[in-house]
Design a protein around this ligand. Structure first.
Ligand code: ATP
Ligand code: BTN
Length: 268
């Protein structure tokens, strides 16, 4: 990632909010580096980007495949004084921010999968991992964003699920620095909007692009499975499910829920 080009693409408003930009050619994980920055006593908003990650983190300790130059691997450190239960809605706000930017680049047909994925059909193009960290009597959220940019066929096959990259769906390839700058700007704008007005402004856009709305779904939380029709999200970002036992709401903050279409079968 070229620092000058990134700076050139960041809006003045976005640049003014960021205390420091940390660019690396290789890291274990930008989220891990962000957590280290917090532990080291940094304050303010920090942007961490790496060209490659040797131990990119997904949810539940899973790995995010992060070959050099093939993806955007970005983490934003954001000071956070709200309660931890806001975190689940912020994961949706982050997915909506990335989704909005990718649509703006001309990526058509991208849909959202509650609570943290962006898909084209069944293929994943972006994943989001938020982590909450308290250090030195302060709280921070790390917003971790991975976007597949330009994967070789071999690299696509090495992921244990169908994936797609921006190159596969765009006519012209935007520079990675531009993608990073616009995503960062949109995310900062949406975080502020969320902190001022809550999730309600995001409910409609989420439900417009929710891939599974009205579908029969299975949601697994810990050992429990809930089956029913997805009604999309409510004004807090909780997933609403019409089950045989009535309406149920699932918060993304509870035991990392995992969603599948019922026709795909029950999760193991
Ligand atoms: P679930 O649907 O069970 O919640 P998920 O799809 O949200 O799962 P996560 O744990 O959030 O999965 O993400 C990690 C998963 O993403 C990995 O297990 C792998 O299948 C997939 N993955 C890893 N690297 C990439 C990548 N570069 N692009 C797309 N998918 C990837
Ligand atoms: C998921 O879908 O499970 C979330 C994947 C999140 C991947 C990004 S890449 C940048 C940041 N650093 C990490 O180690 N993970 C996130």
């Amino acid at each position: 990632m070229d620092r000058d080009r990134l700076n050139q693409y960041l809006s003045v408003n976005t640049s003014n909010q960021i205390s420091e930009i940390h660019l690396h050619s290789e890291l274990d994980s930008t989220n891990a580096e962000a957590l280290r920055l917090i532990e080291s006593g940094k304050t303010g908003i920090h942007l961490v980007i790496s060209d490659a990650q040797s131990a990119g983190k997904g949810r539940r300790g899973r790995t995010w495949l992060s070959p050099a130059g093939s993806g955007l691997y970005l983490s934003l450190v954001y000071p956070f004084s709200e309660s931890a239960d806001k975190l689940q809605a912020l994961s949706l706000v982050t997915a909506l921010s990335v989704h909005h930017v990718l649509l703006g680049f001309g990526a058509k047909g991208l849909m959202l999968k509650w609570p943290n994925d962006i898909l084209l059909g069944d293929k994943k193009i972006s994943g989001i991992l938020l982590e909450l960290k308290r250090a030195n009597a302060r709280s921070f959220v790390v917003f971790g964003i991975g976007v597949n940019y330009d994967f070789s066929d071999q690299q696509k096959l090495s992921v244990d699920r169908p994936v797609v990259d921006l190159m596969g769906i765009l006519q012209t390839k935007p520079e990675l620095e531009l993608v990073a700058a616009i995503i960062t700007g949109k995310l900062l704008q949406n975080i502020l909007e969320f902190l001022c007005a809550g999730f309600s402004n995001f409910q409609l856009p989420w439900n417009q692009y929710d891939r599974y709305i009205s579908s029969e779904i299975v949601v697994q939380r810990g050992g429990k499975k809930l089956i029913g029709q997805s009604k999309g999200v409510d004004e807090t970002g909780a997933l609403v499910i019409q089950s045989t036992n009535g309406i149920k709401r699932i918060s993304g903050g509870e035991v990392l829920p995992s969603l599948r279409e019922a026709s795909e079968g029950i999760l193991s």
